[in-house]
Design a protein around this ligand. Structure first.
Ligand SMILES: Nc1ncnc2c1ncn2[C@@H]1O[C@H](COP(=O)(O)OP(=O)(O)O)[C@@H](O)[C@H]1O
Ligand SMILES: [Mg+2]
Length: 520
């Protein structure tokens, strides 16, 4: 209609087309111009101010679409047309084949959902996805964890090894089949996955853990211990640490964290107190006791290992992630463990942007983002505060999955990170319904809106009703494959808890039992 250009045109909608639909119109005689409807308006001359009294208003209604040209799909490549479409030419709904070809949707093997409005499967390429990292960003409750799990299910099926840093214990439910969802429409068959839940805390704080997560606490070097300390540890505090370990290591005998603390106490400088505080926090966690977790166990092809952080205070979570990922990255460099993907949920806590917090894990996650690809270690970061996540890490993510974002600071942070982010795209992101994502990737020609497929495994998202909700329970509950059952420790007596292969008897409930068992 009217005036057209090579960039956009208006057309009269008589069939099925709405905002977001893909359409096509002939470019001269050969190729199709591929375009997306970015706006739809409705008008009726009968209701224009000058003709308000005229009768038979229905027939005069017009629905007009504004289409933005994405390109001309000629020879598999998308180019911008040099000529505008001819006014009067018919505009048609783009067919599946053209959309797939033009957007590059079907090259991949990770099925994440259907193209909004077109019921076409959107697939990402597994190798690129893992090697070049991914971020999932959106406000809380919009479906980040759900979407992450969908991607993780697909990766497991391709044999990728996964390590999930799970602050809320949401991912253990991947063991179970999903029962809710439109499985037929999305062509999905529910199933459970091979998942092992590790807890750095104890069985009381993380009752559904399968195993304890432990580090080797014997003869740690000063470098290994510093990697776990918060970023604000001073140089003089580090000096005390290096000095203490130098003395302990000098006679070749075995030492543990407690010995390092005792040695640091002998230091004469004031700086020692700050250091001792941090070391004691580490020692109290009990994470260095017992048999260490084998790094190789954590990355197994087609399996997921979950580090369930429930019951661990935030500072210590950062320290644990720092050491775990440094050890893993070193092991990967020497090819001692499988390649795989590391998933960081609530990433703003582990890689906070400068000025919005501190975490011991920032340095190593930055390193993995920058160099992981060389060594076969991919990164998936998930956060509800895009503005508060380290930009260095986000900018390394080749694939970005964005769900609903409304906070202006977060929108601004997203716009900066995305090439070709238009104000329309920003408006779209503000209005995305739950479970609908904007997919931006170097592998896909143009950002696309995807209705995320239902999960195959059960969603374990945490939200507790406050009004009219459940009654408090007297006993600690544990979720098992068979359902929810109490694990009142008195009742279960000697429950065995495998710790990285070793069996330990659980003798007593309460915070101290773990130390007693493992301290022997
Ligand atoms: N693709 C989806 N299909 C169906 N339900 C979804 C989908 N995405 C999210 N949901 C629902 O929305 C809720 C919040 O999702 P969740 O992933 O836990 O949010 P977030 O991690 O962003 O806070 C979930 O409980 C889930 O039921
Ligand atoms: Mg979540």
């Amino acid at each position: 209609m009217g005036e057209t250009s090579a960039l956009e045109f208006k057309f009269l909608i008589t069939g099925e087309a709405s905002r977001g639909s893909y359409v096509k119109v002939k470019d001269g005689s050969k190729d199709w111009i591929f375009a997306q409807v970015v706006d739809v308006t409705r008008s009726n001359v009968a209701y224009s101010l000058s003709m308000i009294n005229e009768e038979n208003t229905e027939a005069k209604e017009r629905v007009v679409g504004l289409a933005r040209v994405i390109g001309v799909a000629s020879g598999g490549k998308l180019q911008m047309p040099t000529n505008p479409p001819r006014p009067g030419d018919p505009v048609l709904r783009a067919d599946a084949d053209l959309i797939e070809r033009a957007l590059g949707l079907s090259k991949g093997n990770l099925y994440i959902g259907l193209l909004d409005g077109h019921d076409l499967k959107v697939k990402l390429e597994a190798d690129t996805f893992v090697q070049k990292h991914c971020s999932i960003l959106a406000k809380t409750g919009s479906g980040k964890s759900y979407t992450a799990a969908v991607v993780l299910e697909e990766l497991l099926e391709k044999g990728v090894a996964l390590l999930i840093i799970d602050p809320h214990g949401e991912y253990a439910s991947m063991k179970q089949k999903n029962t809710k969802g439109d499985f037929v429409k999305y062509d999905v068959t529910p199933k459970g996955y091979d998942v092992t839940v590790y807890s750095p805390a104890n069985q009381v704080d993380a009752p559904h853990a399968d195993r304890f997560f432990r580090f080797n606490g014997k003869n740690m070097t000063a470098r290994e211990i510093s990697a776990m300390l918060p970023e604000d540890v001073t140089n003089s505090q580090k000096g005390v640490l290096y000095e203490a370990i130098k003395i302990l290591g000098s006679d070749g005998s075995e030492y543990e964290l407690e010995d390092v603390i005792a040695q640091a106490e002998k230091d004469t400088s004031k700086a020692k107190w700050g250091l001792i505080g941090h070391l004691e926090a580490l020692a109290e966690l009990g994470i260095f006791s017992g048999r260490p977790t084998d790094l190789g166990d954590l990355l197994q092809r087609g399996k997921a290992s979950i580090i369930d952080m429930t019951g661990v205070v935030p500072d210590l979570q950062g320290m644990i992630v720092a050491k775990l990922l440094s050890d893993l990255f070193e092991a990967r460099k020497r090819n001692l463990v499988n390649p795989g993907m590391v998933v960081v949920e609530e990433a703003h806590n582990y890689i906070p942007e400068r000025g919005s917090g501190k975490a011991a894990s920032t340095a190593v996650i930055r390193t993995i983002a920058a160099e992981g690809r060389k060594f076969g270690l991919g990164l998936l970061v998930i956060s509800q505060r895009p503005a508060r996540v380290d930009k260095n890490v986000i900018s390394q993510c080749n694939t970005q999955i964005i769900l609903r974002v409304t906070n202006p600071n977060d929108l601004r942070a997203l716009s900066k990170g995305i090439e070709g982010m238009s104000s329309e795209l920003e408006e779209d992101i503000k209005r995305l319904p739950p479970g609908t994502a904007m997919l931006v990737s170097n592998e896909i020609e143009h950002p696309v809106t995807v209705k995320i497929r239902p999960r195959k495994s059960r969603h374990g998202g945490v939200s507790t009703p406050i009004v009219g909700g459940v009654k408090p329970r007297a006993k600690t509950m544990a979720r098992t494959d068979k359902g929810t059952k109490p694990i009142s420790s008195q009742a279960e007596g000697a429950k065995t808890v495998p710790d990285s292969g070793a069996k330990y008897e659980k003798k007593e409930a309460g915070g101290g039992f773990l130390r007693k068992i493992l301290g022997k």
